[in-house]
Design a protein around this ligand. Structure first.
Ligand code: PLP
Length: 425
């Protein structure tokens, strides 16, 4: 079946035709692309058309689609049984890799999704500190956790309100929202509420409003202020973990949080995520301590095999300089294509994660990200799609370069951008 008929069939039995909203192309219009198969940096849709992929399953596929080592590991694992509900050796090996690589992590617990990891990290922080409040940033996403699907209340240091139907007001009353990269707002919140704050959770490189790097000194401020008030600093590195380096953003910027949330890359394209931190904090988790958290499929052998094969490949090959160079070439080419066409853009990039914002305002937080011309982005997206290049179907997402992207893939993308940008003016 072709994309059109599959889309019609999907909408008949799946809400909105998709199992995660952004896949529905709501922000750009048109019919979603149904994937058939992937290989390296490219995938083929059900109509047989091939695309260079910069979504890469929204971050996990740092080695590209179907890398041999990951496929072999999963095949081998599934022949031995898909799940036991008992400890397996691979779980310890993956935990050892994470502990070796990620500076803040002394112990780590596996779960099945980034949402679950963030939710559990917050429960852990509340259990450890005996406090209730959580500070998060506007535009940062930590999965669809009830209390974090929250919008700012009427002023800084007031409690948040639900940002979706289906979340009771009482669930967001324990959340306080601050603007990203705004040290003064963070200070005001802690001055007023500091002794009630269990943790501050942040994407140390924001990726879910498009890529927004932390301003110089911002992460350091978060480190100092949480320490001063005996609150925990939680880095949500679901995207940045193993993406900007083996040690994630915490190594990249040299700021060590108390607790780290991981996902995406550590599952190697299968459902796996984790949260970890200092041993004394992790010790409050059941069965050692009194904070309950569990999972039938947590540490699943197939997911662990895929994650381990991915992480071990990254540890063996340390491809970050090459990834960075590839991403820099792409970024320069895209910027020049926009300039040549007279299209105003802001390019934000850290290593192999980047976003081209269609705005002339520098993007440093949610409000400035929202100055982007989303209609123009939609036209850019469809133009690139027609040329066989798949960027995210929304302006407010990160684009990813993988180790599988070749010079030819990057050249093809830049050539397409040179044509498409001229169509936008
Ligand atoms: C993707 C993401 C999550 C949620 O992970 P899921 O596996 O989709 O539940 C949480 N935090 C960040 C920063 C993410 O990018």
């Amino acid at each position: 079946m072709d994309c059109q008929s599959l889309w019609k069939a999907a909408r008949a039995v799946i809400p909105g035709g998709v199992n995660s909203p952004v896949r529905a192309f709501g922000a750009v219009g048109g019919t979603p692309v149904f994937a058939e198969s992937g290989c390296g940096a490219t995938f083929r849709d059900v109509d047989g058309k091939e695309y260079v992929d910069y979504v890469m399953s929204w971050g996990p596929l740092i080695l590209g689609h179907a890398p041999q080592r990951v496929v072999d590991a999963v095949r081998e694992a599934c022949l031995k049984g898909t799940s036991f509900g008992m400890p397996t050796a691979g779980e310890t090996r993956l935990a050892e890799c994470i502990v070796d690589c990620v500076p803040s992590v002394e112990k780590v617990r596996m779960v099945n999704s980034g949402t679950e990891a963030a939710m559990s990290a917050i429960r852990l922080a509340r259990g450890f500190t005996g406090r209730d409040l959580v500070v998060k940033f506007q535009g940062c996403y930590h999965g669809h956790v009830d209390g974090l699907l929250a919008a700012a209340g009427s002023g800084v240091a007031t409690f948040a309100i639900p940002d979706t139907q289906g979340v009771p007001v009482s669930y967001t009353e324990k959340t306080v929202i601050a603007p990203y990269n705004d040290p003064r707002a963070v200070k005001r919140i802690f001055e007023k509420l500091g002794d009630q704050i269990a943790c501050l959770i942040v994407e140390p490189i924001a990726g879910n409003m498009g890529v927004v790097p932390p301003a110089p000194g911002f992460l350091e401020l978060l480190r100092d202020i949480t320490r001063h008030y005996d609150s925990l600093l939680v880095f949500d590195e679901v995207i940045s973990g193993f993406r900007v380096g083996l040690g994630g953003a915490q190594e990249y910027f040299g700021v060590t949080p108390d607790v780290t949330v991981l996902g995406k890359i550590i599952g190697g394209g299968l459902p796996a995520a984790a949260y970890g931190g200092r041993s004394d904090i992790m010790a409050v988790l059941a069965p050692e301590g009194g904070v309950y958290q569990a999972g039938t499929l947590s540490g699943n052998p197939l997911a662990v095999a895929a994650g381990l094969a991915t992480v071990e490949t990254l540890m063996d090959e340390r491809p970050y300089a090459q990834l960075n160079a590839q991403a820099a070439t792409l970024a320069a080419g895209m910027r020049e294509a926009a300039q040549a066409a007279g299209v105003k853009v802001q390019q934000n990039r850290v290593g192999s994660m980047q976003t081209l914002f269609f705005t002339d305002t520098p993007v440093s937080d949610y409000v400035t990200a929202k100055t982007s011309d989303t209609d123009k982005y939609a036209r850019f997206f469809h133009g690139m799609l027609a040329h066989g290049v798949y960027f995210a179907p929304s302006q407010f997402e990160a684009g990813f370069v993988s180790t599988a992207h070749t010079d030819a893939d990057i050249r093809k993308t830049i050539a397409a951008a040179n044509v498409v940008m001229k169509e936008l003016v």
